[in-house]
Design a protein around this ligand. Structure first.
Ligand code: IMP
Ligand code: MG
Length: 172
């Protein structure tokens, strides 16, 4: 019997819709810069912003690396490239695929806070809450997930599987 952890396409889309509604409620009529964390967040970000109508959506990206071709984080976050827009005085939502140890988002939160945004929140599709090493939580969370290595919907293993339209546990 297959006991692989899976979040199917419909379940994900419904949750992304819910997060979009919440963001619309929180920022209705205002402008928000969505900062996607490349590469993993590109699918979640693309789906999320297309479900938002009542907010003026602007988009920017940052890129970090920490993993390399392994399933264990190296613990060192390297900034490959920074935002290109001026975030000063703007509402900003940092969008990431998964919150794991928290090292990446803690690093990015501190990086973006230095740019003096009017507000800064974090949206993640997945939260591997059992793995947290540093004190950081997201403001918008799609799913709390078990401590398993997940791929699909932007998440990769050695750069593969990002295009799978659902999330599944990768088993050796
Ligand atoms: P953190 O810094 O440990 O929170 O790790 C966050 C980053 O690790 C995410 O942006 C993902 O790229 C990657 N990551 C964490 N867990 C997984 C997973 O289960 N599958 C694929 N990538 C993951
Ligand atoms: Mg990754």
């Amino acid at each position: 019997m297959e006991d692989r952890f899976i979040l199917d396409e419909k379940t994900i889309q419904e949750k992304v819709q819910e997060i979009a509604r919440q963001i619309e409620k929180d920022y209705e009529g205002q402008e928000v810069i969505f900062v996607g964390v490349l590469k993993g967040a590109f699918i979640f970000l693309a789906d999320l912003v297309r479900k938002i109508e009542k907010v003026d959506v602007l988009i920017d990206f940052v890129k970090v690396s920490s993993y390399g071709a392994s399933t264990e984080t190296s613990g060192v976050v390297r900034l490959d490239f920074d935002t290109t827009m001026n975030l000063e005085g703007k509402h900003v939502i940092l969008v990431e695929d998964i919150l794991d140890t928290g090292l990446t988002l803690k690093y990015l939160k501190e990086l973006l806070e230095k740019k003096n945004p009017l507000s800064l929140k974090i949206a993640v599709l997945l939260d591997k809450f059992e793995r947290r090493k540093v004190d950081i939580e997201a403001d918008y969370v799609g799913f709390k997930v078990p401590d398993k290595f997940l791929v699909g919907y932007g998440l990769d293993y050695a750069e593969k599987y990002r295009n799978i339209p659902y999330v599944m546990e990768l088993k050796e």
